[in-house]
Design a protein around this ligand. Structure first.
Ligand code: PGA
Length: 268
């Protein structure tokens, strides 16, 4: 049975006080509205400065906390960077790697994504590795090639044991923050293709490792889209930006994930 994961990427939003308020609202909301129901993995990803406060706020709840980025090195003279061991030292469990905004504005490449993914795994962090095509790439019918390349290069030299710990997020760049959803059958097709590509990489020795790897969809996920997305065979959750910034929008998305989680648990 694959995990269902609902992750909120808060990007460069929220002061420490605002982050505390949002996290507390979500903790209360999950408790009040989902009570003792079986929950999907819920991961909040605030900015670095808000991580300690959000960790304190979710303590004792079932919510987990992730970072939005990190350096791949352990320490050193790299002004402005944050090392993986610093994240684990405060209780961070997940890290988003290679978000398209990092690739677009901060020069990240498949190679840096690979270095960071390996570093995260080495330090026991769960990497949420982001892949996705731009609008131009989609219009040139290069979607599958681009994503296969991102997956193959991004997962280079990662053992099959480590690969089993990964989470992948399919985020078409043109759907992020635009209000445009990738049509749900197409999103499901790409998520399935990602899984097939990973199984191909690991070949016979890896068997069907990817069948256990959660593949999330991201790109303008909203309360109104989540149910249909969570009904698909190969979309195991959501990476949510804009709609993760308000309790009244993120809570229904968490509920959508909980439905999928409960359904797949009953089938297992
Ligand atoms: P969005 O962002 O939900 O605002 O489109 C998703 C993301 O960037 O992860």
């Amino acid at each position: 049975m694959r995990k269902t994961i609902i992750a909120g990427n808060w990007k460069m939003h929220k002061t420490v006080a605002e982050a505390r308020e949002l996290a507390q609202g979500l903790v209360n909301g999950v408790k009040a509205e989902l009570g003792s129901a079986a929950l999907p993995d819920i991961v909040l990803c605030p900015t670095f400065v808000c991580l300690p406060e959000v960790l304190t706020t979710v303590k004792g709840s079932s919510l987990a906390v992730g970072a939005q980025n990190m350096d791949y090195r352990d320490s050193g003279a790299f002004t402005g960077e944050i090392a993986p061991g610093m994240l684990t030292s405060i209780g961070v469990s997940h890290v988003i790697i290679g978000h398209s905004e990092r690739r677009q504005y901060f020069g990240e490449t498949n190679e840096s994504v690979n270095a960071k993914t390996r570093a995260a795994l080495k330090h026991g962090l769960i990497p949420i590795v982001c892949v996705g095509e731009t609008l131009a790439e989609r219009e040139e019918n290069r979607t599958d090639d681009v994503i296969k390349q991102q997956i193959k290069a991004g997962l280079a030299e990662i053992s099959v044991e480590d690969a089993a710990k990964l989470v992948i997020a399919y985020e078409p760049v043109w759907a992020i923050g635009t209000g445009k959803n990738c049509e749900v059958n197409e999103a499901n097709r790409v998520c399935k293709m990602i899984r097939a590509t990973i199984n191909e990489i690991y070949g016979q020795a890896g068997g069907t490792v990817a069948d256990g790897i959660p593949v999330l969809y991201g790109g303008s996920v909203k309360p109104s889209t989540i149910d249909e997305q969570m009904e698909q065979s190969d979309i195991d959750g959501a990476l949510v930006g804009g709609a993760a910034l308000k309790v009244e929008e993120f809570l229904p998305i968490i509920k959508g994930g909980a439905k999928r989680h409960q359904l797949s648990a009953s089938r297992a």
